[in-house]
Ligand binder design. Structure first.
Ligand code: WQD
Length: 335
């Protein structure tokens, strides 16, 4: 298959591009590089062992996207492109709704024009909201999202469900990511957020590097085993392979499938810090700080459906996630 990957130069996109190449498919990366590094393209090719097509383009620019489809025979789309900073989305909701929803709508319009029927969507566990009980299962009713970013994922899923209901040939897989971390084993496709990291693992890496003085642990009074927040961290390489499984699933299925991509295990902030120190030999000084607005105590997946529907499950351990996050610290993948 020739797979068009919007936002393919980002952290998850670049690791998925490497996995798609490894599975024998061809890759077209379409990215506006607003939050990723153009230099990652050559690293994807280095890891993947062959060239990819790389197009600088904004997914909301319909004429540019139409040109891509005219010039390349696209068999399937993996849609990563979107703004993804939770806190920023609270400050700039209109920009997030405009960008993230326009991107999905533009891709669907152009796919329909060119008869492309396979769509894998980068969704998020954030759509479960804060009221559901863990482990989160795909069948459970979705809660209230705690931020506009989460709502764009929720609305994106609804747009795709309605598009698939109107076109029986459309094949859509909604992949709900839990907490992607790590990096390609080569160390070439690491995670490098712009500015101060919002997420835990890249912040831990920067503390271990000496770029940050210490980690602030956002709350130790949650109803969890050690009081700190529990999440389902998943190695980005496992996540990438989940996308390959989803793409291959679209070859002989139509309609919509929603699938959790997680490990099914919850890990607390302090457990991750300890695992990181063990895996890397670094020390990670921290202090307990107040809770972060919008955080929930626990978020981890039920993962039976991924195994049943996609014949996929996450294999890598928390220690491997920490090791590969540390090994990828010096080279940019996406942000
Ligand atoms: C994990 C845990 C924090 C930073 C977010 C988005 C989600 C997805 C993944 C895009 C929490 C704690 C964090 C720090 C800390 N993104 N923490 N100190 O919030 O689970 O998920 O990123 O799809 O949509 O919501 O990830 O890494 O920010 O936080 O104590 O400096 O680490 O409180 O318990 P989160 P995170």
């Amino acid at each position: 298959m020739k797979v068009l990957m919007t936002g393919g130069a980002g952290f998850i996109g670049s690791n998925t591009a490497a996995a798609v190449l490894d599975a024998g498919h061809d890759v077209i990366v379409l990215d506006n590089y607003c939050n990723s590094d153009p230099g990652v393209i050559e690293r994807i090719e280095q890891v993947g062992g062959r060239p990819i097509v790389d197009i600088r383009c904004d997914v909301t620019d319909r004429e540019e996207v139409r040109r891509v489809f005219r010039e390349h025979k696209v068999d399937a789309v993996v849609h990563f492109a979107g703004l993804k900073a939770v806190g920023e989305s609270v400050q700039q909701p209109v920009r997030y709704y405009r960008n993230n929803l326009d991107g999905i709508l533009t891709m669907l319009e152009v796919m329909a024009e060119f008869g492309v029927k396979r769509f894998v969507f980068s969704s998020s566990a954030t759509v479960y909201g804060g009221d559901n009980q863990v482990p989160f299962t795909e069948e459970m009713p979705l809660g209230e999202c705690t931020n506009p970013y989460g709502w764009t994922k929720r609305m994106g899923e609804q747009i795709l469900r309605d598009a698939a209901a109107a076109d029986p040939e459309l094949s859509v897989v909604l992949l709900r990511y839990f907490n992607p971390v790590g990096g390609h084993e080569s160390g070439l496709l690491g995670e490098h957020p712009n500015g101060v990291p919002n997420n835990l693992m890249p912040y831990i890496v920067q503390v271990a590097q000496g770029k940050r003085e210490k980690l602030s642990v956002f709350g130790d009074d949650y109803d969890t085993p050690d009081g700190t927040g529990v999440r389902d961290y998943i190695h980005v390489t496992d996540l990438a392979k989940g996308h390959v499984a989803a793409l291959e699933y679209t070859l002989d299925h139509t309609g919509v499938e929603v699938v959790n991509l997680g490990t099914g295990h919850g890990v607390s902030v302090l457990e991750l810090v300890q695992a990181f120190e063990k895996a890397t030999g670094c020390t990670v000084p921290y202090e307990i700080a107040p809770r972060r607005a919008g955080d929930i105590a626990q978020c981890y997946a039920k993962v039976d459906k991924a195994q049943k529907v996609l014949n996929w499950r996450a294999d890598k351990t928390v220690e491997e996630m920490c090791r590969d996050s540390w090994n990828g610290r010096n080279t940019k993948a996406g942000q």
